[in-house]
Structures are given as structure tokens and as C-alpha cells.
Design a protein around this ligand. Structure first.
Ligand code: GLN
Length: 479
């Protein structure tokens, strides 16, 4: 059910064996076949995609492709602004919003000639771990449609795993790229905070949000990351650190002597499915047999406090960011209201779903004068200590290995009634965003029920080159 990898497609485009038009048509045919069941894409931009593909073919024929990606199809999570194309954040409150501008990551894709096929489903405003909080119905896992695809970037993961597109973009605030990648059996990467511009990414928690790639292979993820990364004057938190050509060096690493940290506490967490642990240990054993050194490291704070610190900080930032949806500026406005206060409150009450409201209330509570010190300030202190856990571990090793999620994909509906169970499923991904470092998930095995299992690797700040090289090596030994 897979599309060729982006690299395979590029090779065939370069050799004149296929065209961007054919690639776009193949994408559209798969979308037509699969999307009614999987609900991965909320909007399909068929007409524009075919026109863009024809333009890419004309450029290539003239010997002037915009980049290696010219004419390669892609899908983008629906919380990134796309000019003239609906950008809903899977929320009723933005149901009819068509942004007048492109997010910087989207602009960079267009400048490289990538062909946008559609906007991918997500949990409303990227809040969730299962895609079930989408106002437009959940995306479903292609390996078992009765299971969730993970979230919040579920649609982006499904679009790649089901072969609708060779790759896609998601956003990761606390695991929203890595966890769905793990559940759907694809590669998903969260770059270092500041590596990719957040301009035009609808803000959830601004100190944690980061855009990143989904792909079938580590090499494809490297190429997509180098295309979207880099400094942007429109995002004051974007970094000026140079963007290396990750795709050109991704194969240059070696497992010989590579130090892989194994955080003891991550592997001791209660409730991890033994099949997950077995698959990860098998992958690490294979890496060790090729010369990698597996070294025990300790990250106790990152394990113990990640869930509580994250759900305080992320909710606090969300409550502030989501204040702008008031029915007055843009988006949904409740009809028949008596005065402006009623218009604000009814628009928000009717426009937001239950999980988003829960976060806004939680965030408003932890930021209120009486509770600020007890929750918000303490969570920020925990964040500093979590960062220290990462820094100290990464002084001893090149990369850190961890489970991406405690289990493989869970059945639809199984955690919906219990928010804490849903939050606990994020235990292994949240701390990386609090630390700000880079990480990815890559598929390393399957459960007996045939569901994918992901291994997470973490790297230091702006150490994407090393992280991708290590991941490529591991990918080869688990193939
Ligand atoms: N699952 C986490 C949450 O619900 C992370 C979401 C994300 O990374 N966008 O907040």
C-alpha cells in the first residue's frame, strides 16, 4: 500500500521514467480509494495539484527544476496556513478559514516545487494523542482501521502509511509527530526548537511547537527537513544556525563505536507492553552486534515529571494563544446573540470541542494569581531539570534510545472517557519538547497483532545530522 519513497520517485523523475503529473494522479487515485475510510485528509487540492504538477514537468523538461523535489507530492497538517486553501485545525471555530498567506514551511515547499495534494486531519488545534478530537471525525490506522492512528498529526502519518503521498508535514508539541509515526509504521521527526520556522503554524504552545517531516525512510525525512529548515525573520525564535545538507550525509555514519544511551527509567516505566520492550531490545541488540555501544544513562526527572510539567505548561500557553478565537476577528461566530459578551462566550462555547475547552480551563487555572506559583512556576522549574537530564545524558552518549509510546496503536474509543489515560500515553515523547532537543521515531517491528512499533532516538540541540545518521544506521539493521 505504499507510494515509492520520495528518493525513488525523484530518481525516476530525473531519469524521465515518470512525470510529476503521473505522480499526482497516482496520489489522487489512492486518496480516492483510501480516504473515505481512513479520513486522513480534510481537504484535497486536486485541481491545483495537477496544475502544479504540469508546471513542474514543464520546468524539468526545460532542464530547470526548482530543486530535487520539484513535482513530488506532499500533504500538510491542517494547522499550517496555506494560502487560499482551508486551514481548519480540525476545529469548527476555523471551519471556513482560508488564510491569505502561506506558513514559511509551506512557502519553502512551494519554492522547491513540491506539489500540495491536501491538508491532513489532526486532533483539534493539535491537542490530543489519537486524532479522535478532530471536529471532522478521526483518521483511522491503515494497519487496523478499528485502531487510532495516533495524534495529533494522525492524518499526516496515515497519508504516508497508506501510500497517498510519499511524505508529509506534521507538528510536534509533545509527541504529535513521533507518536503517530510509531503507530502507523513510518518515520517521524521533531527537529530542535527553532530549526523550522513556526510562522504560519497555528500556535498551540509556542515554546514547544515545532514542524517536522513524516516519511517512509530516514533519508526522505532528511531531505524534507533540509527543505523546510532555516532562519526566518518572521519567527523570532527561529535559529540562525546554518542548515546542513542532511540528505547528503545521512549515510555517512557508522554503528561502530556509536554510543547509544539507554535511559534506565524510561525502560522501567510500568504499563509498557512487553512486545514493545522486546522489539526495542531486539533493535538495540542488532545495533550492538554491528558495533554500537549501548550505555545505561539516567533521566529520572524526564520520566517522573514530564507528564505533569507538560500538561501545565502546554495548557497555560494554549489558554493564552486560543484567546484570539472570539467570533469577532475571524472564524465561526455564534448567531443570534444579544451583546458582545454573549457573542464571545457563545462563539467559543459552540466553536471549540471538549478537549480544547478542558485545556483552556486548565491553562487559565494554572495561570491565575492564586495558583500561579504552585503550578506554573513549579512546572517551569521541572522543565529546567528535565533539560538538565537530557544535557547530562547527552554528554555521555551520541544519541539516546527510548520507546516512542508504551503500546502500539490502541482501539478507537478506548481512552476517550479518561483524559489522564490519554495523557499518560505521551510519557515518552513530552520531555523532548520541554528540553527543546531533536528526536525521531522509526519503525523497528510489529506486535503479534501486526501493529507497528516505533523506536525513538533523541539528539542534542541542532545535532540533526548525527541523529539522522544514527537513525539511518539503525534503519538498515532492522530492515
Ligand atoms: N498529545 C500531546 C497533547 O495532547 C501532544 C500534542 C502535540 O504534540 N501537538 O498535548
Amino acid at each position: 500500500m505504499s507510494f515509492p519513497t520520495a528518493h525513488d520517485l525523484i530518481a525516476r523523475l530525473e531519469a524521465g521514467e515518470t512525470t510529476a503529473r503521473q505522480a499526482a494522479e497516482a496520489s489522487l487515485a489512492t486518496i480516492e480509494r483510501q480516504n473515505p475510510q481512513l479520513n486522513a485528509l480534510l481537504a484535497v487540492t486536486a485541481e491545483q495539484a495537477l496544475a502544479d504538477a504540469d508546471a513542474a514537468d514543464a520546468r524539468r523538461q526545460a532542464g530547470k527544476p526548482l530543486s530535487r523535489l520539484d513535482g513530488v507530492p506532499i500533504a500538510v497538517k491542517d494547522n499550517m496556513c496555506t494560502r487560499g486553501v482551508p486551514t481548519t485545525c480540525a476545529s469548527r471555530i476555523l471551519e471556513n478559514f482560508r488564510p491569505p498567506y502561506d506558513a514559511t514551511a509551506v512557502r519553502k515547499l512551494r519554492e522547491a516545487g513540491a506539489v500540495l495534494l491536501g491538508k491532513a486531519n489532526l486532533d483539534e488545534f493539535a491537542m490530543g494523542s489519537s486524532n479522535e478530537f478532530s471536529a471532522f471525525g478521526p483518521a483511522r490506522n491503515p494497519w487496523n482501521p478499528e485502531c487510532v492512528p495516533g495524534g495529533s498529526s494522525g492524518g499526516s502519518a496515515v497519508a504516508v502509511a497508506s501510500g497517498m503521498v510519499p511524505w508529509s508535514l506534521g507538528s510536534d508539541t509533545g509527541g504529535s509527530i513521533r507518536q503517530p509515526a510509531s503507530f502507523c509504521g513510518v518515520v517521524g521527526m521533531k527537529p530542535t526548537y527553532g530549526r523550522v520556522s513556526r510562522y504560519g503554524l497555528v500556535a498551540f504552545a509556542s515554546s514547544l511547537d515545532q514542524i517536522g517531516p513524516f516519511a517512509q525512510t530516514v533519508e526522505d525525512a532528511a531531505l524534507l527537513l533540509e527543505t523546510i529548515a532555516g532562519h526566518d525573520p518572521l519567527d523570532s525564535t527561529s535559529s540562525t544556525v546554518d542548515v546542513p545538507k542532511y540528505s547528503e550525509t545521512v549515510r555517512n555514519g557508522s554503528l561502530k563505536g556509536l554510543k547509544i544511551g539507554r535511559p534506565v527509567e524510561f525502560f522501567d516505566v510500568q504499563g509498557v507492553d512487553p512486545e514493545v520492550t522486546a522489539a526495542l531490545n531486539a533493535a538495540l541488540d542488532k545495533a550492538a552486534s554491528e558495533g554500537a555501544e549501548i550505555i545505561d544513562v539516567h533521566m529520572p526527572i524526564a520520566t517522573e515529571y514530564a507528564v505533569s510539567a507538560y500538561y501545565i505548561i502546554a495548557a497555560a500557553e494554549a489558554s493564552s494563544n486560543l484567546a484570539r478565537y472570539d467570533g469577532a476577528h475571524y472564524g465561526f461566530r455564534a448567531p443570534d446573540t444579544a451583546d458582545i459578551v454573549e457573542m464571545f462566550s457563545k462563539s467559543r462555547a459552540q466553536g471549540f470541542g471538549a478537549e480544547v475547552k478542558r485545556r483552556i480551563m486548565l491553562g487559565t487555572f494554572v495561570l491565575s494569581a492564586e495558583t500561579f506559583d504552585a503550578y506554573y512556576v513549579r512546572a517551569q522549574k521541572a522543565r529546567t531539570l528535565i533539560q538538565r537530564d537530557y544535557r547530562e545524558a547527552l554528554e555521555k552518549v551520541d544519541v539516546i534510545a527510548a520507546p516512542t509510546a508504551p503500546t502500539a496503536a490502541f482501539p478507537l474509543g478506548s481512552k476517550l472517557e479518561d483524559p489522564v489515560q490519554m495523557y499518560l500515553a505521551d510519557i515518552f515523547t513530552l520531555s523532548l519538547n520541554l528540553a527543546g532537543y531533536c528526536g525521531l521515531s522509526l519503525p523497528v517491528g510489529r506486535t503479534s497483532a501486526g501493529l507497528p512499533i516505533g523506536l525513538q532516538l533523541f539528539g542534542g540541540a541542532f545535532e540533526e545530522t548525527r541523529l539522522l545518521q544514527a537513525a539511518w544506521q539503525v534503519e538498515q539493521v532492522v530492515k
